[in-house]
Design a protein around this ligand. Structure first.
Ligand SMILES: Cc1cc2nc3c(=O)[nH]c(=O)nc-3n(C[C@H](O)[C@H](O)[C@H](O)COP(=O)(O)OP(=O)(O)OC[C@H]3O[C@@H](n4cnc5c(N)ncnc54)[C@H](O)[C@@H]3O)c2cc1C
Length: 404
């Protein structure tokens, strides 16, 4: 069992909300990835790769690969993301609603029905939040809605670094509503008042990426709003509390995929006599990276569970957990890469691709210094748990009292 399930199976007792059916579905998903990824085109052909990724998402949707309903759903999706990332970080939208989750959770009734059906058929929704002044300061966005006589709105502004730029069927756009408050609405990608400018990324090239310009793009506040008018920051915060552990699990899946590849390569070299023995430095890296990836994955699972319960700690855990988990994945791949030698430095090699792709996640879905910093601010503002230093003498006295 050298697929993602060999990493997940030992964690089974840590995810009691996933029942036998859920585990069977995860195995089915891992098997589908194995079969469907075999004939994938080379990622170097960006257009063919993007077409194939969207086709894969549609195929998996048509085969019914989706999270169970209810509280277990988000935890299941976390494990599914790990399974996808294990093959390639570009598979991060292979299953699940992705950013479309904002519409399902907080869209109007009409938007929920329309986009629920489109997402279930494998369509993709992007997020358009970042602007030139800096994505880490979303509260300063300038994209603006003006009111028409018929009560509908027109959005004008420019969003940059938008992923899934061409492949998306719609975008959740963050903007200033006519009262100047930040709101969110879904904009159909088909409508003509959008202009897209594709930019070539350093990694994470699976989906197209670049600038989205809105030239008086129509929005009907009666049907297109995502979340209450004026609560765009709340929508953003609640979404990323759920979304960031999924991103983290995908990155850790990619690191686990590299780990498995390197381990198999070393084992093969030893078996065929290429290596008389595997040196200690390689063994130490294998052991440490495995432990760190597993620990970070367990933290991501816990964060998803907190998010599913709308726990007050979820947003904090998602912010610092995304930064720490993706940092763990990056460090693991950087440490593992040399063990495979110069072969892994070829641009087309999966290890080289994983390294380049993971660097994109240092920015996307929250730039790390900002996430750690805002985590620190939260800790100072309102301690997440009462800070009571444990002093051995007091602990011993308590123990004696309890025993009495
Ligand atoms: C691969 C990729 C995919 C992405 N996909 C999307 C997407 O789909 N949709 C979307 O909306 N965005 C997307 N982004 C944008 C991403 O969310 C932003 O890159 C991120 O939010 C950081 O914003 P920024 O790059 O504008 O950097 P900035 O916000 O400009 O930050 C740059 C640096 O400046 C620091 N900084 C901020 N304020 C100060 C200050 N006052 N003093 C000193 N330093 C400061 C930050 O901490 C950071 O270190 C994507 C980015 C990448 C790389």
């Amino acid at each position: 069992m050298t697929n993602a399930m060999s990493w997940l199976a030992p964690l089974r007792t840590s995810v009691p909300e996933i029942d036998d059916n859920g585990w069977r579905d995860l195995h089915r998903l891992a098997d589908s990835f194995g079969v469907l990824c075999a004939p994938a085109p080379a990622p170097a052909d960006a257009a063919a790769w993007s077409r194939w990724l969207l086709g894969l998402r549609r195929q998996l949707a048509s085969r019914g690969h989706r999270a169970p309903a209810g509280r277990a759903g988000l935890v299941w999706q976390t494990l599914a993301q790990f399974t996808a990332g294990f093959h390639d970080l570009d598979l991060r939208d292979a299953t699940g609603p992705g950013h479309g989750a904002m519409i399902l959770a907080e869209g109007t009734h009409q938007a929920g029905i329309l986009w629920g059906a489109r997402l279930a058929a494998g369509e993709l929704v992007g997020i358009a939040a970042t602007e030139r002044h800096g994505g880490s300061r979303i509260q300063e966005i300038t994209t603006r809605a003006t009111v028409r006589r018929d009560g509908t709105w027109r959005l004008t502004g420019e969003k940059c670094w938008v992923s899934r730029l061409i492949e998306s069927s719609g975008y959740v756009v963050f903007f200033r509503d006519p009262d100047g408050r930040i709101s969110a609405a879904v904009v159909d990608a088909d409508q003509p008042r959008l202009e897209r400018e594709v930019i070539e990324p350093f990694g994470l090239g699976g989906w197209s990426w670049g600038v989205l310009r809105l030239h008086e793009a129509p929005v009907d506040p009666a049907t297109d709003m995502v979340g209450p008018t004026g609560d765009g920051l709340g929508v953003f915060r609640r979404h990323f509390a759920r979304f960031r552990p999924l991103v983290t699990a995908t990155a850790l899946g990619t690191a686990a995929g590299v780990h498995t590849l390197v381990t198999d390569a070393l084992a093969t070299k030893r078996r065929v006599g290429f290596l008389p023995r595997v040196r200690d430095n390689a063994l130490v890296v294998l052991g440490r990276a495995h432990a760190e990836i597993t620990a970070a994955l367990l933290a991501a699972i816990t964060t998803s569970r907190l998010a599913a319960d709308a726990h007050p700690h979820a947003d904090f855990a998602a912010r610092v957990g995304k930064a720490a988990g993706v940092d763990t994945a990056v460090r693991a791949v950087v440490d593992l890469a040399p063990l495979i030698g110069a072969a892994g430095f070829q641009r087309a090699h999966p290890v080289a691709k994983a390294r380049a792709d993971l660097t994109g996640l240092l920015y996307a879905d929250g730039i790390h210094d900002s996430l750690y910093r805002s985590g620190g601010v939260s800790l100072l503002a309102k301690p997440v748990a009462p800070v009571v230093p444990i002093r051995p003498a007091i602990a011993a006295a308590d123990r004696d009292r309890e025993a009495a």
